[in-house]
Design a protein around this ligand. Structure first.
Ligand SMILES: Cc1cc2nc3c(=O)[nH]c(=O)nc-3n(C[C@H](O)[C@H](O)[C@H](O)COP(=O)(O)OP(=O)(O)OC[C@H]3O[C@@H](n4cnc5c(N)ncnc54)[C@H](O)[C@@H]3O)c2cc1C
Length: 326
């Protein structure tokens, strides 16, 4: 029987899987089609594509800086240069603020950490059951799996739903506020501008990234990722699917207005709604390990809203698990 099943291939799932796999048998399951969770890369053509979730990493803690420096050396991460224009009045750009991105896409870290681990995509976990000495997992596609230990790395509401029978009330009753985000990806004619990104002071549009400036590809057209503010995302993400064109147009028009750039042609557009994009009220603890049930939880919502928090949480959980007897 498998030692560990890990649910999620984002930064938390890939980090804990990588650490545990050095000693135990580990298999990853993710409901998505590919690696990275909220730091996934939406392919357009060959190497051409969009970072439609996480935009960039800006390491803060010494531990995480050491980790990212190693990944820069291995060419998994690189610096995102160019001019990042800050049009926000109240939030000021921090001087020497490093922006790290995945060399081939922002899911590069997850891909790197999981390269030797078996990952089953398009497997949505729907039920977990603790039997005498193991977990029985049931997936939406009727697949069943048994494992001795289970780690959930999905965002708080999803982990809570899956684990509610087994997690204690004081944990379940905690309030983690998750903000939503609407993200538009467009391929346009070449726009006459030279910035790598824009950070706006607006109720609707928060940020725009010029994908070509990341120098992962050379392409005849421009690729832009436009992300809404949380305020706009929280209001419209739940029902955006009924009016995809409308919300795309709203965000594109706003982009043109705020940058004063004129788009002549849109060759491709896609909109994605992130219900659980970021959490503004994270948990104080760093991870959760129930030794008797052999159930672990980690994710960015333990400690903060950024990728670094997901990594720190996974490392903390690994240390808590320590030398368990399988
Ligand atoms: C639009 C947006 C912009 C962001 N910008 C930044 C940024 O610039 N900088 C930064 O540091 N952070 C940013 N973040 C936050 C960052 O992406 C997250 O902190 C980080 O990716 C969280 O990683 P995680 O592994 O904890 O969770 P996730 O990446 O969400 O991984 C959880 C995984 O679990 C899977 N899953 C969920 N439920 C199930 C189930 N039932 N069965 C199977 N699989 C399941 C999901 O498919 C997912 O792959 C941004 C996030 C978004 C959405």
């Amino acid at each position: 029987m498998l030692d560990f099943c890990i649910i999620g291939s984002g930064i938390s799932g890939s980090t804990i899987s990588n650490l545990l796999s050095k000693k135990y048998s580990v298999v990853v399951y993710d409901k998505a089609r590919g690696y990275g969770g909220r730091s996934s890369f939406k392919k357009y053509k060959d190497k051409v594509g969009f970072d439609h979730g996480l935009q960039y990493i800006s390491p803060k803690s010494t531990k995480f800086k050491t980790f990212t420096n190693q990944l820069i050396k291995k060419k998994v991460l690189k610096k995102w240069g160019g001019n990042h224009l800050f049009l926000h009045k109240t939030v000021k750009e921090i001087k020497n603020h490093i922006k790290l991105i995945g060399t081939k896409g922002n899911n590069s870290i997850s891909k790197h950490l999981l390269k030797k681990i078996k990952c089953n995509f398009e497997h949505e976990l729907t039920n977990i059951k603790r039997l005498n000495d193991h977990w029985e997992l049931t997936f939406k596609n009727d697949v069943k799996q048994k494992c001795k230990n289970l780690i959930l790395t999905c965002p708080f509401p999803q982990s809570k739903k899956l684990g509610q029978k087994y997690l204690n009330k004081s944990y379940l009753n905690q309030n983690v506020k998750m903000d939503a985000n609407l993200t538009v990806m467009i391929v346009t004619n070449k726009l006459k501008q030279s910035n790598s990104s824009y950070f706006f002071n607006d109720d609707m549009l928060g940020w725009a990234a010029y994908e070509n400036s990341k120098k992962r590809f050379n392409y005849k057209y421009d690729l832009w990722t436009l992300q809404s503010t949380y305020k706009y995302g929280n209001k419209f993400t739940k029902n955006y699917r009924n009016k995809r064109k409308y919300y795309t147009n709203q965000l594109v028009k706003k982009f043109e207005k705020l940058t004063k750039l004129k788009i002549k042609k849109i060759y491709y557009s896609r909109i994605h709604g992130w219900m659980y994009s970021s959490n503004s009220n994270p948990l104080k603890q760093l991870s959760l390990w129930n030794k008797s049930l052999k159930l672990g939880l980690c994710g960015d919502y333990f400690g903060g809203p950024r990728l670094e928090n997901g990594w720190l949480s996974a490392v903390d959980l690994f240390n808590k698990i320590g030398k368990i007897r399988i």
